[in-house]
Ligand binder design. Structure first.
Ligand code: NAD
Length: 288
């Protein structure tokens, strides 16, 4: 299939390369020359204009920083420029309202479109092992599925337009809360004189069991190997967790959802990001 890929940064670069590996023909566009150079190296055809990159394609994939950029790229360079009948896939993490809005505009112009944000970081993007949570009609999902399979290990239809973004921000709000809870419990156990490794052994097999403790233990040398063992480098950056928490708080406000712990987590990550935005989000334990 001929696909235009817009936004070849940390995530999009590897995703576009995996589409090429799966046999797709990829037209690449990014504002960064460096990103385009890397895409060329990975077998993509490169373009200096998005509207040109989408000429004659059957699908368009975007992996962009935020909702405002996604909206301007689709409204300015994709909708009405890509052939009628092309399937559109936005894999960026953006606010639910903009995702629904852009999909409605695309549908009104006759396109099938999904929001398909990902779980998994740069390593998963490069390795083709992302999880996609997808919002859109059955028909749009059916058309997008094969393209997403080439970049991931799991593709899940979450529901209607915007459901992918909803799943993503609710999951990451839960993750932030559980990481802070895990960190508080581990530090408190330590202060009370309990060996943190013993706490891990007990709690990871008790009702404290959770992904943050069992699969991503935030203390160095305790539990499983994680970014904590690498000075909190790599992993999921605090700044990206903060971005997702802000999206979650905006969405909560829109629908009047009660998110007492989500709001507290956003406040804690806001503070952490001021000093250590690039460190893994489990570094929150260092503030306790
Ligand atoms: P990035 O900043 O590395 O890449 C974004 C790319 O978009 C850049 O290359 C930039 O030049 C390009 N771009 C910006 N405006 C553009 C425009 N108008 N037209 C064309 N290209 C444009 O960001 P990233 O880490 O690759 O993240 C991309 C998306 O994936 C974000 O929405 C992010 O929240 C989400 N995400 C990231 C991770 C991660 O670990 N990095 C994990 C999950 C989801």
């Amino acid at each position: 299939m001929k696909i235009a890929f817009i936004g070849l940064g940390n995530m999009g670069g590897g995703m576009a390369a995996n589409l090429v590996k799966a046999g797709h023909e990829v037209n690449a566009f990014d504002l960064s020359e460096e990103a385009l150079e890397a895409a060329k190296h990975n077998g993509c055809a490169t373009f200096t204009d998005a509207a040109e990159a989408v000429q004659g394609v059957e699908g368009v994939v975007t992996m962009l920083p935020n909702g405002a950029i996604v909206k301007s790229v689709y409204e300015g360079s994709v909708i009405g420029k890509a052939p009628a009948g092309a399937v559109l896939l936005d894999c960026s993490t953006i606010d639910v309202a903009t995702a629904k809005d852009v999909i409605a505009t695309a549908e009104a112009a006759g396109y099938d479109m999904v929001d398909a944000p990902v779980s998994g970081g740069i390593a998963a993007a490069n390795g083709g092992t992302l999880t996609f949570m997808v919002g859109g009609t059955e028909k749009a999902f059916g058309r997008a599925e094969d393209v997403l399979q080439a970049m991931g290990k799991a593709v899940i239809h979450a529901g209607d337009a915007g459901a992918g973004q909803t799943a993503k921000i609710c999951n990451n709000m839960l993750l932030a809360i559980s990481m802070i809870g895990t960190a508080e419990a581990m530090k408190m156990a330590e202060k009370l004189g309990l060996d943190p490794q013993k706490f891990y052994e007990i709690s990871s097999q008790s009702s404290g069991y959770c992904w943050s403790l069992n699969a991503y233990t935030p203390l160095p040398g305790v539990g499983v190997e994680s970014p904590a063992d690498n000075d909190y480098k790599g992993g999921f950056a605090t700044a990206l967790m903060l971005k997702d928490l802000r999206l979650a708080m905006d969405a909560a406000q829109d629908v009047d959802a009660t998110t007492v712990l989500g709001a507290k987590a956003a406040e804690i990550y806001e503070k952490l990001a001021e000093e250590h935005g690039a460190l893994d989000f489990s570094s929150v334990i260092k503030t306790l």
